[in-house]
Design a protein around this ligand. Structure first.
Ligand code: ADP
Ligand code: ZN
Length: 614
């Protein structure tokens, strides 16, 4: 099968394509429903966590409809690997951006004109050029897929102005279904996507945002570098990202890790572009490298085998934390998300907001978002449940795969405090943030308590037994566990949820985390030891040896073609291969991640390796 004939011979049955191209047996979650919606010509807004399988939905939807599929993606450097992975699977894909050669450019134009291209990745600014749109006017289009669609929202941390121009596609190509895909889910962002991308009639598909394979741990910051080193050393030979707040800290940390025998490189916007690119490429292509970076790094990074993401400093919001940690474990194998958090982070983050040039309403939103993250840092309950509850997902059972679940912290009975807090919010009309509610609870007379006549509320002064700081901690925790919704459109006003009202009525107890600094070093050590990752733990000695041999073969094949290893096969596919020891091509086809084209291309080589071990 040459790339030119790949699809002429394939049926447009999505299920069959999923198997032939990507080697997966069945669709996950809502993938099939999304694809059907788009094949039928409808628009879709797709909210799925990283690694949930978004790419597969637009790729297959595009292949099942006649014409060229356009994928809008914000980071040009990263389209390359996606395109490479598609080509390896036999899909006729190309990317259009400023980094391609004249030759490639002409080749792609020819393929578009002759109708022999299935998918084209473009940056938004390129798509919106008159010449480009004029070209699209001439051809049949299967679908527009707008990836990382949250970039259209000013609420988010990834706002990109070019994205707001993409709404014009609605009028210019009314017959072409459009999909917006993102892993950022809050309600404001969702509304912005619908509005600015003109997706008024789109059906929304929302998957669970849980990433069960990621183990969350948040530790009190004591000696951050030493703590980081211990954490990184617990992941020998594994790829990971370390986020730090400033460029200086990034450089310093990378150097320090190197000095302690860790292969680490720095990445931030202050470096010469070529060096930065070189470091990014090394991270994508080389195995076992640690990249120390500012948040300038990461969006659109598709590397599936990032085994850990460490934060040396507190991220700006829950969304940012979720996005950044979400870069770990896209392949579904065990991964660690680790954050060192201290009081200084809170002070620093607050000051950043206070001193920013942003208008007051924006600052209030940022403060509320920061507080929600602090709540997750301080929760006594399952971190995962707190995280998911922020995104509106209610879950009952603790996850068993976060530090709170694995190494429970000391708690106190916060039921009474919580009841007072909810009561104060209700009595004050659900229009106020924590600061004012704390003044009411502590009986602090201010201009505002006088103006709203809150000094006469029955709750005024009922919480004088706790200090302002303690109340702040209480409120942060109550937001995290879902007793309050934070209304970003109403200046961070706290609105008691059904859960909150139940607590106030005395129907549910609340336990709160004791001061975070009380956690002992011994507890931390225990956790670090427990968080050691390693994909093929259950393989046994022979299986592990085979797994290593398969990885070596993969490295050889990847190097030969100068592509990243995961473009050949993912770790999870190799782990499955090591466990099942396929003897024939038919056996091989049973393994998830082995499509038809990959069998033709690599089957013999990997079967030969397996044969050595049976
Ligand atoms: P996203 O774009 O949402 O981050 P991807 O499309 O990159 O996620 O998919 C993440 C991983 O899941 C990839 O390794 C992909 O091959 C795999 N995957 C996608 N769909 C399926 C499926 N139906 N069954 C098994 N694995 C799948
Ligand atoms: Zn948990």
């Amino acid at each position: 099968m040459s790339p030119d004939t790949a699809f002429a011979s394939l049926s447009p049955d999505p299920e069959a394509l999923l198997k032939t191209l990507f080697g997966h047996d069945r669709f996950r979650g809502q993938q099939r429903a999304i694809i059907d919606r788009v094949i039928g010509g409808g628009d879709a807004i797709v909210l799925m966590p990283t690694g949930g399988g978004k790419s597969a939905t637009y790729q297959l939807a595009a292949l099942c409809r006649p014409g060229l599929g356009i994928v809008v993606s914000p980071l040009i450097a990263l389209m390359r690997d996606q395109v490479e992975a598609l080509r390896q699977a036999g899909v006729r894909a190309a990317a259009f951006n400023s980094s391609i050669s004249q030759d490639e450019y002409r080749q792609t134009i020819r393929a578009i004109d002759s109708g022999t291209l299935d998918l084209l990745y473009v940056a938004p600014e390129r798509l919106l050029m008159d010449g480009f749109l004029a070209m699209l006017d001439r051809i049949t289009l299967s679908v527009f897929a707008i990836d990382e669609a949250h970039c259209v929202s000013q609420w988010g941390h990834d706002f990109r102005k070019e994205y707001t121009g993409l709404g014009i596609l609605a009028d210019r190509y009314p017959g072409v279904p459009r999909m917006a895909l993102t892993a950022t889910a809050d309600a404001e962002t969702r509304a912005d996507i619908r509005k600015h991308l003109r997706l008024e009639r789109a059906q929304e598909f929302v998957d669970s945002f849980d990433r069960p394979n990621i183990r969350y741990a948040i530790v009190p910051k004591m000696e951050p570098k030493q703590q980081l080193l211990a954490f990184v050393k617990a992941h020998p030979g594994e790829s990971g990202i370390v986020y730090a707040m400033s460029r200086a800290r990034v450089d310093d940390t990378a150097e320090w890790l190197r000095g302690h025998g860790v292969e680490a490189l720095a990445y931030h916007a202050g470096m010469p572009p070529l060096t930065r690119q070189k470091h990014q490429d090394a991270f994508l292509r080389q195995e076992g490298l640690v990249l120390v970076a500012t948040i300038a790094f990461g969006m659109g990074i598709d590397k599936p085998d990032v085994r850990f993401v460490a934060h040396l400093d507190l991220p700006s919001s829950v969304e940012a934390y979720y996005q950044e940690t979400g870069r770990a474990g896209r392949d579904g194998l065990h991964a660690d998300a680790w954050l060192a958090y201290g009081a200084s982070d809170v002070v620093f983050r607050r000051r950043l907001i206070d001193e920013s040039e942003a208008p007051d309403p924006v600052k209030r939103v940022e403060r509320a978002k920061l507080d929600a993250l602090l709540g997750i840092c301080e929760t006594v309950d399952c971190r995962r449940n707190a995280l998911l509850s922020y995104f509106g997902e209610a879950r009952g059972e603790p996850c068993g795969n976060c530090d709170s679940c694995l190494a429970p912290v000391e708690t106190w009975d916060g039921t009474l405090a919580a009841r007072k807090a909810v009561s104060a919010a209700l009595r004050a009309g659900q229009r106020f943030g924590a600061g004012h509610l704390i003044d009411i609870l502590r009986g602090t007379e201010t201009e505002k308590t006088a103006r709203f006549d809150h000094q006469n509320l029955p709750t005024f002064g009922v919480g004088a037994d706790l200090s302002q700081k303690e109340w702040q901690s209480v409120f942060r925790q109550l937001i995290a566990i879902g007793l309050f919704d934070v209304d970003h459109n109403q200046f961070g006003a706290l609105k008691p949820t059904e859960h909150g009202r139940a607590v106030m009525r005395g129907e549910r107890p609340v336990r709160l985390r004791r001061d975070i600094a009380a956690a002992t070093k011994a507890a931390l050590k225990k956790l670090t030891a427990k968080t050691k990752a390693g994909p093929p733990a259950e393989l046994g000695a022979t299986g592990t040896a085979l797994y290593d041999a398969l990885r070596a073969e993969r490295a050889r094949l990847a190097k030969e073609q100068s592509v990243p290893a995961y473009v050949v096969f993912h770790d999870s596919t190799l782990a499955d291969m090591a466990a099942r020891k396929p003897r024939t091509q038919e056996d091989l086809a049973q393994i998830s991640g082995v499509g038809q084209r990959k069998i033709e291309k690599y089957g013999a080589a990997f079967l030969a390796v397996v044969r050595e071990y049976i």
